[in-house]
Ligand binder design. Structure first.
Ligand SMILES: NC(=O)c1ccc[n+]([C@@H]2O[C@H](COP(=O)([O-])OP(=O)(O)OC[C@H]3O[C@@H](n4cnc5c(N)ncnc54)[C@H](OP(=O)(O)O)[C@@H]3O)[C@@H](O)[C@H]2O)c1
Length: 416
C-alpha cells in the first residue's frame, strides 16, 4: 500500500474514477495535517491512460447523450450502476438505450437491438465499460462483438472486480478500436455509490439536513416541521428516491414519526428503511415500520421486542460497538455487502454527529432556510475543535436556490 499527496480538486475526480494515472486502485483517503493522502493499492499497468487518446467534439456530444440516458435509471438500477449507451453510424444516432433495472437487459443490448443491422461498423458510446461475465444477463462484450461494431468509446472502466478492464481487453482482442476516459468524471458522478461499494466495500453516504440560517434543525423541544419550504422538501424526496436505503435514528422516530418513503409521482421503487435503535425502543406503531423493507439495527437484542418486530416483517440486526451503541462503520459495511450503493441519512444531531465522527459520511446535502430560530437543536452534536485549523472542511459541489431556501451539496473526505 502506498500514499500520494494531491490537491482537493484532483482528489475529487480521482476518488470517483477509483483509479489513478499510475494505474493504482484507490482504496480511500485520509487526512494528514492540511493535506489529504490517497491510500492506494500496488500499481498495475493501465495502457489506456498512458496512450490517452484525443476525442472529437462529436465524441463529446454523443457521450453527453449517453450520460443523459444513463440518468434515466437514477432511481431504479440498484444494485447495478446507471449506464447509458448510444450507437452512432455516419454521424447519426442509430440506436440508444439505458439500463433500467437489475435482471433486465443492459444498456448495450437495448441499444444494439434498437440499431439492428445498422450497428455494423458503428461507434458505440458507453458510460461504463461493458461487462465480460455471465451475471443475471449474458456478457455485453459478446453482443458488441457479434454486432460487428467498429469502435467502442467508454467513459470509464467498470470498478467491479469481475470486470475491471477485462471487458475492454476482450473487445480489443476481437479487433474493435477501443478508447476509454471520455467524460470519465461526469460518468463516475452517475454512480458514486456503485464505485464506492466496488472500490471500498462501503456505500456512498449522503447526509441530509434542513436547518435555519443560524444552524438549527429543530426547536429546543424537538419540533422541526417545517423549517424549509415546499420546493426544498420536494427536492429532498427526489434525493430519497435515488437512494438504496434511508437511515434514521430512534430520536427522530420518537419526535417526528417519519414515514421514510420517497413520495414523488412515478416513483417505482422504495428504498430500504434503516433504523438505528440501540435498545430496540421503537414504538411498534411507528409509521416507518409499516410496509416496505425495514431493517432495525440494535446493540442488544431484547428477544420479545425483536420477535414482535420480526412478526411485523422487519429485520433485526445486532451490531454492538464497545460503548453499547450501534457499530456504525460495521453497519455501513453490512449495507454494502447487501448491494446498497447509496445511503440517504435523515437523522438528528446525535446520530449525525456519530456518523461524522466515525467517518461514515461522504456528502452533506444541506437545505438552509433563510430564517432564524434563535435557539434550538444543532445539525450535529459535535465537540468544539481546539483551533480553526482543526475544523472539518468540505468540498463544495453545488449551490442551488429552491424558493426561499438554499441547497448546498458538499463532500467530506473519509478513509476507505
Ligand atoms: N431538520 C432535519 O434535517 C432533521 C432531520 C431529522 C431529525 N431532525 C430532528 O432531530 C431531532 C432528533 O434528534 P436526535 O439526535 O434525538 O435523534 P437521532 O439522531 O435521529 O437519534 C439519536 C439516537 O440514535 C441512537 N443511536 C444508536 N447508535 C448510535 C450511535 N452509534 N451514535 C449515535 N446515536 C446512536 C441513540 O439512542 P440510544 O441512546 O438508544 O443509543 C441516540 O439517542 C428531532 O427533533 C428531529 O425533528 C431534524
Amino acid at each position: 500500500m502506498s500514499t500520494g499527496r494531491v490537491s482537493g480538486r484532483a482528489l475529487r475526480g480521482w476518488a470517483l474514477r477509483g483509479r489513478t494515472l499510475r494505474g493504482q486502485a484507490l482504496r480511500g483517503y485520509r487526512r494528514s495535517g492540511d493535506n489529504r493522502e490517497l491510500v492506494l493499492s500496488p500499481a498495475r499497468a493501465c495502457p489506456r491512460l498512458t496512450a490517452c487518446p484525443m476525442f472529437t467534439s462529436e465524441d463529446h456530444r454523443w457521450m453527453l447523450r449517453a450520460i443523459e440516458l444513463a440518468a434515466r435509471g437514477m432511481d431504479t438500477t440498484t444494485p447495478n450502476p446507471r449506464v447509458g449507451c448510444v450507437v452512432v453510424r455516419d454521424g447519426e444516432m442509430v440506436g440508444e438505450g439505458w439500463h433500467l433495472r437489475a435482471g433486465e437487459p443492459h444498456a448495450e443490448v437495448i441499444s444494439l437491438a434498437h440499431a439492428g443491422a445498422r450497428a455494423r461498423g458503428a461507434t458505440v458510446y458507453l458510460t461504463l465499460e461493458p461487462c465480460n461475465h455471465h451475471g443475471r444477463t449474458p456478457p455485453c462484450t459478446d453482443a458488441l462483438i457479434e454486432a460487428k461494431v467498429a469502435r467502442v468509446i467508454a467513459a470509464m472502466e467498470d470498478p467491479n472486480p469481475l470486470v475491471n478492464g477485462e471487458g475492454l481487453t476482450r473487445l480489443r482482442a476481437a479487433g474493435i478500436d477501443v478508447r476509454c476516459g471520455l467524460l470519465g468524471a461526469q460518468a463516475a458522478d452517475l454512480n458514486p455509490g456503485f464505485v464506492s461499494r466496488m472500490t471500498r466495500g462501503l456505500p456512498w453516504v449522503r447526509m441530509k439536513v434542513a436547518a435555519s440560517l443560524d444552524g438549527f434543525t429543530a426547536l429546543p423541544d424537538g419540533r422541526s416541521q417545517w423549517i424549509t419550504g415546499e420546493s426544498a422538501r420536494e427536492d429532498g424526496h427526489r434525493w430519497r428516491a435515488r437512494a438504496c436505503a434511508i437511515l434514521t435514528g430512534i430520536g427522530t422516530v420518537r419526535e417526528d414519526d417519519p414515514k421514510l418513503t420517497a413520495r414523488l409521482e412515478g416513483v417505482r421503487r422504495q428504498p430500504v428503511k434503516v433504523l438505528v435503535d440501540s435498545r430496540l425502543e421503537v414504538d411498534l406503531q411507528a409509521r416507518m415500520l409499516k410496509g416496505g423493507d425495514v431493517l432495525v439495527v440494535c446493540s442488544q437484542e431484547r428477544s420479545d421486542k425483536a420477535a414482535e418486530l420480526r412478526d411485523r416483517g422487519c429485520e433485526v440486526l445486532v451490531l454492538p460497538d464497545p460503548s453499547g451503541k450501534v457499530d456504525l462503520p460495521a453497519l455501513m459495511r453490512t449495507l454494502a455487502g447487501r448491494g446498497i450503493n447509496e445511503v440517504h441519512v435523515e437523522a438528528g444531531h446525535k446520530l449525525n454527529a456519530s456518523l461524522l465522527r466515525e467517518r461514515c459520511v461522504d456528502e452533506l446535502l444541506a437545505y438552509l432556510s433563510v430564517s432564524l430560530l434563535g435557539r434550538g437543536r444543532p445539525m450535529f452534536e459535535l465537540e468544539a475543535v481546539a483551533s480553526i485549523d482543526e475544523r472539518i472542511t468540505l468540498d463544495l459541489q453545488s449551490v442551488e436556490r429552491l424558493g426561499n431556501d438554499v441547497r448546498l451539496l458538499a463532500r467530506v473526505a473519509r478513509a476507505g
